[in-house]
Design a binder for this molecule. Structure first.
Ligand SMILES: [Zn+2]
Length: 78
């Protein structure tokens, strides 16, 4: 071990900061899931670092979305 550990996320949207550390699913609807990195697992709390990274990613995505919206030309009315 010790090689580059890949955290696979099978969600298309960004996982919530409280999402499972293995797959990113919310605790409310996790159940038992299988992912390549962890196998069959139940929801497990993300590491503090994961929470931080996810919060940063979500903020960055939000800002990128807002910037895109700002940059979009306004529909010409009247
Ligand atoms: Zn999971």
């Amino acid at each position: 071990m010790g090689g580059g550990r890949v955290i696979r996320v099978h969600r298309r949207d960004l996982p919530s900061p409280d999402g499972c550390r293995w797959c990113g699913d919310d605790p409310g609807h996790h159940g038992s899931q299988w992912v390549a990195s962890a196998g069959l697992h139940t929801w497990e709390a993300p590491t503090p670092q994961q929470r931080l990274m996810r919060m940063k990613a979500r903020r960055a995505a939000r800002q990128a979305g807002a910037a895109t919206k700002d940059a979009a030309p306004r529909p010409a009315r009247d």
